[in-house]
Unconditional design. Structure first.
Length: 658
């Protein structure tokens, strides 16, 4: 802080209160004097042009106004969790003195530390390390900072054998001050910030062990990374751990295997999805719905090839701007071809096939187009990050004066589709160009201003809240990106809508205007679901595997209590098939309790149980996977209600409110 040195001390203001602090006071004294709550971890000093966030151990060095920062503040939260990573490293060093330290930052929702040691950490080790961490917390060790010279820092870490730290020191710019944080016998090369004592760590938990290359470089040693998290109190920690359990329970990779939806075959290669019959059925139902909805809204469905000449990708600009995501060209009859990473140029070629009049526009081509993009193997993740996927793509060719209305229609369609699947909350981002950096973008000012205004007006017309991201536009035009919130409150990439002036130019496409002259159409690229793989992977987690009736691969399973009702069960199942339900009849030898459990595990929405009682009465007993026993009813009554549930694409059972 400043240079003021006044023997009489300083005045600190908070919340209309002013207090005097003698020379040598710290913000810990300020915290105590003002009676701030325990969860105050840092302080923001407001009286300068640039407000500063400081550790509580910092001295008060001038008159100032302050604001206490608790766990809700991101920087304060990170200071607590980063301190937890130091405590973790200290505990590991106590238990495994030969470890060498990598780095240990706070991350979203927690922290980690990387270690290099011959020993392979086990889950039992995590328990021991946690116990040692609790000892360190109990010791309430002050966490202190000192500035050292480069030579001192080198000497300190050389003596400790910390070779990774030496590498980091050598990379620090000459001008940078080197700070060391200490707590007890432990010290670390660190820029901070931290909380004042290890005693601040009231509630923490080590979560997992993973391999991580030093500095993310696969040519460097593989270290062992221990992940953990920390909160202010046990209650918040418990809630977080419960949420992590729930996320694990919903993991689409595990559920996808259990429900027999999909697999990834090592023999076939990573990042490539095999849709098994049940998953394929769900996809087919969604695609059918998607196509019907698009036709209703004036789209025409097309199919285009999977490969095209390299030259086409030069015209489109992909070869120059996107080649690191494209696969190596293949030779066909001495001509180079590429696997498509996008569908856009193909739809343009269809548009270009004949002369278009202003009266023909807008022309809207939609395709469930399978594309291939290179992704590093390290980032592949189940169905969410893959190397081949089917986009629910469409390209709209319109006159500039139609742009806004077309964008509103696209937003309308996106909203309708997402609501149908149960996504009610979105975050919209409007990516515009940086007006200070115009050379990064293609196209003149008029067109850009018009397009950005059109996108913004469309968002306003649809009453959607949005955030403007300046400088985030693609080089060829501005875009709207919509993130959707799932049942766990997580955000997923949803619809993207881009206005494009570049490709029409590059491919020299036109329409004949009212004036008989050639004009350039505007192109809209858009996906609503994104990719079938990612969308359905997301749905598995959103629904926790329990798909609504209209999407369930098996909608009803009929189960006789014993062999004596087998014929009656078959008759019921046939009847339901006739009503159009995807029905199974479980005639296996297992006890009825086991059959029910099995159907529950497979998330079958309706179970129909028939015993002697039902057979004699000529009715059925119905059970729902979430609501449990619904009692006895006539088959026709059940069929009519369930049919309504399925046809209306309801997310809940019709029997829920009755
Ligand atoms: Zn640190
Ligand atoms: Zn496109």
């Amino acid at each position: 802080m400043g240079q003021d040195k006044r023997p009489e001390g300083f005045v600190v203001k908070w919340n209309e209160k002013s207090k005097h602090f003698p020379q040598g006071s710290t913000f810990l004294d300020v915290k105590k004097t003002f009676g701030w709550k325990n969860d105050v971890l840092m302080v923001r000093v407001l009286d300068q042009a640039q407000p500063q966030v400081l550790e509580l151990r910092e001295p008060v060095e001038r008159d100032c106004e302050v604001e206490p920062l608790g766990f809700a503040d991101e920087q304060a939260r990170e200071a607590l969790r980063h301190t937890a990573s130091h405590v973790l490293a200290q505990a590991v060093k106590r238990l495994f003195p030969d470890v060498r330290l990598g780095i240990g930052p706070a991350i979203e929702d927690g922290f980690y530390y990387d270690f290099d040691t011959e020993h392979r950490f086990t889950p039992e080790d995590l328990n021991d390390i946690e116990k040692e961490m609790r000892r360190i917390v109990k010791q309430n060790l002050p966490v202190t900072r000192e500035i050292v010279s480069r030579e001192e820092a080198r000497k300190l870490f050389e003596e400790a054998g910390e070779t990774y730290k030496l590498e980091l020191i050598d990379e620090l710019p000459e001008s940078e001050a080197i700070s060391i944080y200490r707590q007890g016998e432990f010290f670390d090369l660190c820029a901070g910030p931290h909380v004042p004592h290890t005693g601040y760590l009231k509630a923490f938990k080590l979560l997992s062990i993973a391999g991580a290359y030093w500095r993310g470089d696969e040519n460097r040693p593989m270290l062992q990374r221990i992940y953990g998290t920390a909160f202010m109190d046990q209650e918040a920690l418990d809630a977080h751990l419960a949420k992590l359990e729930e996320i694990k329970r919903r993991d689409h990779r595990r559920l996808g295997r259990e429900l027999e939806f999909f697999s990834i075959e090592e023999e076939g290669g990573p990042g490539l999805i095999y849709w098994h019959p049940k998953g394929a059925l769900v996809r087919e139902l969604i695609e059918h719905f998607w196509k019907a909805e698009h036709r209703k809204r004036g789209y025409e469905i097309v199919y285009t090839p999977h490969i095209a000449k390299l030259d086409l990708w030069k015209v489109s600009g992909h070869w120059d701007w996107y080649s690191e995501n494209m696969y190596t060209p293949m030779d066909v009859d001495d001509t180079k071809y590429l696997l498509k990473p996008m569908n856009c140029p193909f739809h343009i070629l269809i548009y270009k096939g004949k002369t278009r009049s202003y009266r023909d526009l807008p022309i809207k081509y939609a395709e469930l187009g399978t594309v291939y993009r290179y992704e590093r193997s390290g980032v592949l993740h189940g169905m969410l990050r893959v190397r081949g996927f089917t986009q629910d793509d469409a390209h709209l060719f319109c006159r500039p004066d139609q742009l806004e209305e077309q964008l509103i229609e696209v937003l309308d369609l996106a909203e309708f589709m997402l609501k149908t699947f149960g996504y009610d909350e979105y975050c919209c981002m409007l990516s515009v160009r940086d007006p200070e950096d115009k050379q990064r973008y293609i196209g003149n000012d008029d067109v850009w201003e018009q397009a950005e205004a059109a996108l913004e007006n469309a968002l306003k017309a649809k009453n959607l809240n949005y955030q403007v991201d300046v400088g985030e536009a693609k080089f060829y035009g501005p875009a709207i990106d919509i993130k959707i919130k799932d049942a766990m409150g997580r955000l997923w990439q949803g619809p993207t809508i881009q206005a494009d002036f570049n490709l029409p130019e590059r491919f020299d496409i036109a329409y004949i205007g009212e004036d008989g002259q050639k004009h350039r159409p505007v192109m809209i690229h858009r996906t609503v679901l994104g990719a079938m793989e990612r969308f359905i992977g997301g749905l598995i987690e959103h629904y926790a595997g329990a798909f609504p009736l209209w999407l369930s691969p098996v909608q009803v399973r009929v189960m006789p209590v014993s062999d004596k009702q087998a014929d009656y069960a078959k008759q019921i199942a046939e009847e339901l098939e006739k009503h159009g339900f995807r029905t199974q009849c479980d005639l296996g030898p297992d006890k009825i309790g086991y059959k029910i459990r099995q159907a529950q595990l497979e998330k079958v929405p309706y179970m129909i149980i028939v015993g002697d009682k039902e057979k004699q009465a000529g009715n059925i007993s119905v059970r729902h996977r979430a609501l449990g026993d619904l009692g006895a009813m006539q088959l026709d009554e059940f069929a009519a209600k369930a049919k309504h549930e399925s046809e209306s694409k309801s997310l809940d059972s019709v029997f829920g409110n009755s």
